[in-house]
Write a new protein. Structure first.
Length: 301
Protein backbone atom coordinates (compact mmCIF):
# COMPACT_ATOMS: atom_id res chain seq x y z
CA UNK A 1 0.00 0.00 0.00
CA UNK A 2 1.21 3.48 -0.87
CA UNK A 3 2.61 5.24 2.22
CA UNK A 4 0.54 8.36 1.60
CA UNK A 5 -2.65 6.31 1.29
CA UNK A 6 -1.79 4.37 4.45
CA UNK A 7 -1.28 7.62 6.37
CA UNK A 8 -4.60 9.02 5.15
CA UNK A 9 -6.51 5.82 5.94
CA UNK A 10 -5.00 5.72 9.41
CA UNK A 11 -6.68 9.08 10.05
CA UNK A 12 -9.97 7.59 8.85
CA UNK A 13 -9.92 4.36 10.83
CA UNK A 14 -7.83 5.17 13.90
CA UNK A 15 -9.38 8.43 15.07
CA UNK A 16 -9.35 9.39 18.72
CA UNK A 17 -12.76 8.45 20.13
CA UNK A 18 -12.46 9.36 23.81
CA UNK A 19 -10.83 11.94 26.05
CA UNK A 20 -10.20 11.89 29.79
CA UNK A 21 -12.05 14.64 31.67
CA UNK A 22 -10.86 16.52 34.75
CA UNK A 23 -12.34 13.79 36.99
CA UNK A 24 -10.52 11.00 35.21
CA UNK A 25 -13.57 9.68 33.34
CA UNK A 26 -13.59 8.75 29.67
CA UNK A 27 -15.81 11.01 27.59
CA UNK A 28 -16.89 10.23 24.03
CA UNK A 29 -15.57 12.58 21.34
CA UNK A 30 -17.72 13.44 18.33
CA UNK A 31 -15.30 12.54 15.56
CA UNK A 32 -17.91 12.26 12.83
CA UNK A 33 -18.08 8.45 12.80
CA UNK A 34 -21.57 6.97 13.07
CA UNK A 35 -22.34 3.46 14.33
CA UNK A 36 -25.16 1.62 12.58
CA UNK A 37 -26.93 -0.51 15.18
CA UNK A 38 -28.82 -2.53 12.57
CA UNK A 39 -25.70 -3.86 10.84
CA UNK A 40 -23.17 -3.46 13.65
CA UNK A 41 -20.89 -1.47 11.34
CA UNK A 42 -19.48 2.05 11.48
CA UNK A 43 -19.75 4.79 8.87
CA UNK A 44 -16.34 6.47 8.95
CA UNK A 45 -16.07 10.21 8.41
CA UNK A 46 -13.22 12.10 6.73
CA UNK A 47 -13.05 14.53 9.64
CA UNK A 48 -9.50 15.76 10.19
CA UNK A 49 -8.30 14.89 6.68
CA UNK A 50 -7.01 17.45 4.19
CA UNK A 51 -8.60 17.88 0.78
CA UNK A 52 -5.53 16.27 -0.76
CA UNK A 53 -5.85 13.20 1.51
CA UNK A 54 -9.54 12.81 0.68
CA UNK A 55 -8.75 13.05 -3.03
CA UNK A 56 -6.00 10.43 -2.65
CA UNK A 57 -8.42 7.99 -1.02
CA UNK A 58 -11.11 8.58 -3.63
CA UNK A 59 -8.69 8.19 -6.54
CA UNK A 60 -7.33 4.96 -5.06
CA UNK A 61 -10.88 3.54 -4.99
CA UNK A 62 -10.14 2.12 -1.54
CA UNK A 63 -13.42 0.67 -0.12
CA UNK A 64 -14.00 3.14 2.72
CA UNK A 65 -17.58 2.69 3.99
CA UNK A 66 -18.26 -0.18 1.58
CA UNK A 67 -20.49 -2.44 3.62
CA UNK A 68 -20.94 -6.07 2.60
CA UNK A 69 -23.35 -8.74 3.83
CA UNK A 70 -22.60 -12.45 4.05
CA UNK A 71 -24.63 -15.36 5.30
CA UNK A 72 -22.86 -18.15 7.14
CA UNK A 73 -23.14 -20.53 4.19
CA UNK A 74 -21.81 -17.91 1.76
CA UNK A 75 -18.71 -17.46 3.92
CA UNK A 76 -17.99 -21.19 4.04
CA UNK A 77 -18.33 -21.56 0.27
CA UNK A 78 -16.27 -18.44 -0.42
CA UNK A 79 -13.41 -19.68 1.77
CA UNK A 80 -13.34 -22.99 -0.07
CA UNK A 81 -13.42 -21.26 -3.46
CA UNK A 82 -10.38 -19.14 -2.53
CA UNK A 83 -8.23 -22.23 -2.07
CA UNK A 84 -7.86 -22.46 -5.86
CA UNK A 85 -6.06 -19.08 -6.04
CA UNK A 86 -2.44 -19.50 -7.14
CA UNK A 87 -1.14 -16.93 -4.61
CA UNK A 88 -2.37 -19.09 -1.77
CA UNK A 89 0.46 -21.58 -1.85
CA UNK A 90 1.86 -22.51 1.55
CA UNK A 91 5.27 -21.28 0.38
CA UNK A 92 3.94 -17.79 -0.44
CA UNK A 93 1.93 -17.57 2.78
CA UNK A 94 4.82 -18.60 5.02
CA UNK A 95 7.15 -16.15 3.25
CA UNK A 96 4.60 -13.35 3.76
CA UNK A 97 4.34 -14.27 7.44
CA UNK A 98 8.10 -13.97 7.93
CA UNK A 99 8.03 -10.65 6.05
CA UNK A 100 5.52 -9.54 8.68
CA UNK A 101 8.29 -9.26 11.24
CA UNK A 102 9.68 -6.13 9.58
CA UNK A 103 9.24 -5.36 5.89
CA UNK A 104 5.56 -6.23 5.35
CA UNK A 105 3.18 -6.15 8.35
CA UNK A 106 0.34 -7.03 5.97
CA UNK A 107 1.83 -10.52 5.67
CA UNK A 108 1.00 -11.62 9.20
CA UNK A 109 -2.69 -12.56 8.87
CA UNK A 110 -3.06 -14.48 5.58
CA UNK A 111 -1.49 -17.73 6.76
CA UNK A 112 -4.04 -17.98 9.58
CA UNK A 113 -6.93 -17.20 7.24
CA UNK A 114 -5.64 -19.84 4.82
CA UNK A 115 -5.24 -22.50 7.52
CA UNK A 116 -8.83 -21.88 8.58
CA UNK A 117 -10.08 -22.03 4.98
CA UNK A 118 -8.25 -25.30 4.34
CA UNK A 119 -9.27 -27.02 7.59
CA UNK A 120 -12.87 -25.74 7.67
CA UNK A 121 -15.31 -28.57 6.89
CA UNK A 122 -18.00 -27.79 4.35
CA UNK A 123 -21.23 -27.42 6.32
CA UNK A 124 -24.37 -25.31 6.51
CA UNK A 125 -25.98 -23.42 9.36
CA UNK A 126 -28.81 -25.96 9.73
CA UNK A 127 -30.83 -23.74 12.07
CA UNK A 128 -28.23 -23.92 14.83
CA UNK A 129 -29.11 -20.40 15.94
CA UNK A 130 -27.33 -17.08 15.56
CA UNK A 131 -23.77 -18.46 15.92
CA UNK A 132 -22.57 -21.70 14.35
CA UNK A 133 -21.21 -24.21 16.90
CA UNK A 134 -18.89 -25.62 14.23
CA UNK A 135 -17.06 -22.48 13.07
CA UNK A 136 -18.36 -19.57 15.22
CA UNK A 137 -19.57 -17.66 12.14
CA UNK A 138 -22.92 -15.91 12.56
CA UNK A 139 -25.99 -16.68 10.50
CA UNK A 140 -25.92 -13.13 9.02
CA UNK A 141 -22.79 -10.98 8.94
CA UNK A 142 -22.16 -7.34 8.00
CA UNK A 143 -18.70 -5.82 7.49
CA UNK A 144 -17.23 -2.46 6.60
CA UNK A 145 -14.79 -3.86 4.09
CA UNK A 146 -12.06 -1.23 4.28
CA UNK A 147 -11.47 -1.38 8.04
CA UNK A 148 -10.58 -5.09 8.07
CA UNK A 149 -8.16 -4.74 5.16
CA UNK A 150 -6.50 -1.65 6.64
CA UNK A 151 -6.09 -3.28 10.06
CA UNK A 152 -4.05 -6.03 8.36
CA UNK A 153 -1.81 -3.48 6.65
CA UNK A 154 -1.32 -1.99 10.12
CA UNK A 155 -0.15 -5.40 11.37
CA UNK A 156 -3.25 -6.90 12.97
CA UNK A 157 -3.41 -10.71 13.18
CA UNK A 158 -5.59 -13.17 15.13
CA UNK A 159 -7.41 -16.51 14.86
CA UNK A 160 -10.99 -15.29 15.36
CA UNK A 161 -13.60 -13.17 13.53
CA UNK A 162 -13.39 -15.40 10.50
CA UNK A 163 -15.84 -13.43 8.35
CA UNK A 164 -13.47 -10.47 8.28
CA UNK A 165 -10.56 -12.76 7.55
CA UNK A 166 -12.33 -13.90 4.38
CA UNK A 167 -12.19 -10.28 3.20
CA UNK A 168 -8.48 -9.96 3.95
CA UNK A 169 -7.65 -13.26 2.25
CA UNK A 170 -9.48 -12.16 -0.89
CA UNK A 171 -7.41 -8.96 -0.94
CA UNK A 172 -4.17 -10.83 -0.31
CA UNK A 173 -4.81 -12.94 -3.43
CA UNK A 174 -4.37 -9.76 -5.52
CA UNK A 175 -0.89 -9.00 -4.13
CA UNK A 176 2.40 -10.20 -5.62
CA UNK A 177 4.45 -12.78 -3.66
CA UNK A 178 6.91 -11.44 -1.09
CA UNK A 179 10.45 -12.53 -0.27
CA UNK A 180 11.73 -12.10 3.31
CA UNK A 181 14.47 -9.52 3.76
CA UNK A 182 17.63 -10.14 5.77
CA UNK A 183 16.08 -8.16 8.63
CA UNK A 184 12.88 -10.24 8.51
CA UNK A 185 14.86 -13.46 8.76
CA UNK A 186 17.15 -12.15 11.50
CA UNK A 187 14.22 -11.07 13.67
CA UNK A 188 12.31 -14.29 13.11
CA UNK A 189 15.42 -16.38 13.84
CA UNK A 190 16.03 -14.44 17.05
CA UNK A 191 12.43 -15.02 18.14
CA UNK A 192 12.63 -18.77 17.50
CA UNK A 193 15.89 -18.99 19.45
CA UNK A 194 14.29 -17.05 22.31
CA UNK A 195 11.37 -19.50 22.43
CA UNK A 196 13.82 -22.41 22.45
CA UNK A 197 15.46 -20.91 25.54
CA UNK A 198 12.19 -20.57 27.48
CA UNK A 199 12.11 -21.69 31.13
CA UNK A 200 10.05 -24.86 31.49
CA UNK A 201 7.17 -23.12 33.26
CA UNK A 202 7.04 -20.05 31.01
CA UNK A 203 3.57 -19.00 29.84
CA UNK A 204 2.79 -17.13 26.59
CA UNK A 205 2.32 -13.94 28.62
CA UNK A 206 5.74 -14.26 30.25
CA UNK A 207 7.26 -15.03 26.86
CA UNK A 208 5.78 -11.77 25.55
CA UNK A 209 7.41 -9.85 28.40
CA UNK A 210 10.76 -11.51 27.81
CA UNK A 211 10.71 -10.77 24.07
CA UNK A 212 9.70 -7.16 24.72
CA UNK A 213 12.52 -6.70 27.25
CA UNK A 214 15.05 -8.24 24.84
CA UNK A 215 13.95 -5.75 22.13
CA UNK A 216 13.87 -8.45 19.49
CA UNK A 217 11.15 -6.74 17.49
CA UNK A 218 11.80 -3.20 16.17
CA UNK A 219 8.32 -2.02 17.17
CA UNK A 220 6.78 -4.26 19.82
CA UNK A 221 2.97 -4.06 20.00
CA UNK A 222 1.52 -6.58 22.42
CA UNK A 223 -1.54 -7.72 20.51
CA UNK A 224 0.13 -7.84 17.10
CA UNK A 225 3.00 -9.87 18.56
CA UNK A 226 0.55 -12.17 20.29
CA UNK A 227 -1.04 -12.80 16.91
CA UNK A 228 2.35 -13.63 15.43
CA UNK A 229 2.83 -16.22 18.18
CA UNK A 230 -0.68 -17.51 17.47
CA UNK A 231 0.44 -18.28 13.92
CA UNK A 232 3.24 -20.45 15.29
CA UNK A 233 0.73 -22.18 17.58
CA UNK A 234 -1.75 -22.84 14.74
CA UNK A 235 1.11 -24.23 12.64
CA UNK A 236 2.10 -26.55 15.48
CA UNK A 237 5.56 -24.95 15.74
CA UNK A 238 4.64 -23.89 19.29
CA UNK A 239 2.85 -27.10 20.34
CA UNK A 240 0.16 -27.57 22.97
CA UNK A 241 -1.53 -30.61 24.52
CA UNK A 242 -5.16 -29.47 24.36
CA UNK A 243 -6.37 -28.98 20.79
CA UNK A 244 -4.91 -29.75 17.39
CA UNK A 245 -3.52 -26.74 15.50
CA UNK A 246 -5.34 -25.75 12.31
CA UNK A 247 -2.38 -27.02 10.31
CA UNK A 248 -3.29 -30.55 11.42
CA UNK A 249 -7.05 -30.60 11.95
CA UNK A 250 -10.20 -28.56 12.50
CA UNK A 251 -11.64 -28.40 16.03
CA UNK A 252 -15.29 -27.32 16.27
CA UNK A 253 -15.91 -24.02 18.02
CA UNK A 254 -18.07 -25.50 20.78
CA UNK A 255 -15.38 -28.10 21.53
CA UNK A 256 -12.74 -25.36 21.86
CA UNK A 257 -15.01 -23.44 24.22
CA UNK A 258 -15.44 -26.51 26.42
CA UNK A 259 -11.75 -27.45 26.52
CA UNK A 260 -10.20 -26.98 29.95
CA UNK A 261 -6.62 -25.76 30.08
CA UNK A 262 -4.43 -24.13 32.75
CA UNK A 263 -4.32 -20.38 33.13
CA UNK A 264 -6.48 -17.45 34.16
CA UNK A 265 -10.04 -17.69 32.84
CA UNK A 266 -9.99 -13.92 32.24
CA UNK A 267 -6.90 -14.08 30.04
CA UNK A 268 -7.31 -12.82 26.49
CA UNK A 269 -4.79 -15.40 25.26
CA UNK A 270 -6.80 -18.27 23.81
CA UNK A 271 -6.12 -21.75 22.45
CA UNK A 272 -4.00 -23.09 20.92
CA UNK A 273 -1.42 -20.48 22.05
CA UNK A 274 -2.81 -20.51 25.60
CA UNK A 275 -1.89 -24.19 25.90
CA UNK A 276 1.80 -23.66 25.17
CA UNK A 277 4.37 -23.69 27.98
CA UNK A 278 8.14 -23.34 27.94
CA UNK A 279 8.53 -27.09 28.37
CA UNK A 280 6.86 -27.50 24.93
CA UNK A 281 9.60 -25.36 23.37
CA UNK A 282 9.62 -25.60 19.55
CA UNK A 283 8.51 -28.55 17.46
CA UNK A 284 11.80 -28.69 15.57
CA UNK A 285 10.60 -31.16 12.95
CA UNK A 286 7.60 -28.99 12.07
CA UNK A 287 9.71 -25.83 12.09
CA UNK A 288 12.24 -27.33 9.69
CA UNK A 289 9.49 -28.67 7.41
CA UNK A 290 7.78 -25.29 7.13
CA UNK A 291 10.59 -22.76 7.38
CA UNK A 292 13.78 -24.72 6.73
CA UNK A 293 14.14 -23.67 3.08
CA UNK A 294 14.20 -19.96 3.90
CA UNK A 295 16.19 -19.99 7.15
CA UNK A 296 19.96 -19.90 7.72
CA UNK A 297 21.10 -23.47 8.31
CA UNK A 298 22.19 -22.89 11.91
CA UNK A 299 18.62 -22.03 12.88
CA UNK A 300 17.17 -25.30 11.57
CA UNK A 301 19.34 -27.76 13.39
Amino acid sequence: MDKGLFKALKKVYYKKSYRTDENGYQQRIDNGDVFDVKTGTTFYSYQGLSAAEIKLIEQSQYPVNERVRFTHDEVVLAYKALLTQHNLSLENLLAAYVCGFSSFPRGRQPILSYLFAKALPEHSMNNHGEICPVCSIKDVNWLEKGYKIFSCYAGSVWNERWVGNLIELEEFCTLPPRKPSADDLAIFSALIDTIRQAPLDETPGKLEQRVKKAKILPQFEKYSFRGQLMVLAELGVMPNSYIAPLYEAFTPFDEICNTKYPGCVRSDIILPLAGWRGENSINETRFKTLFGSMMPEKHCE
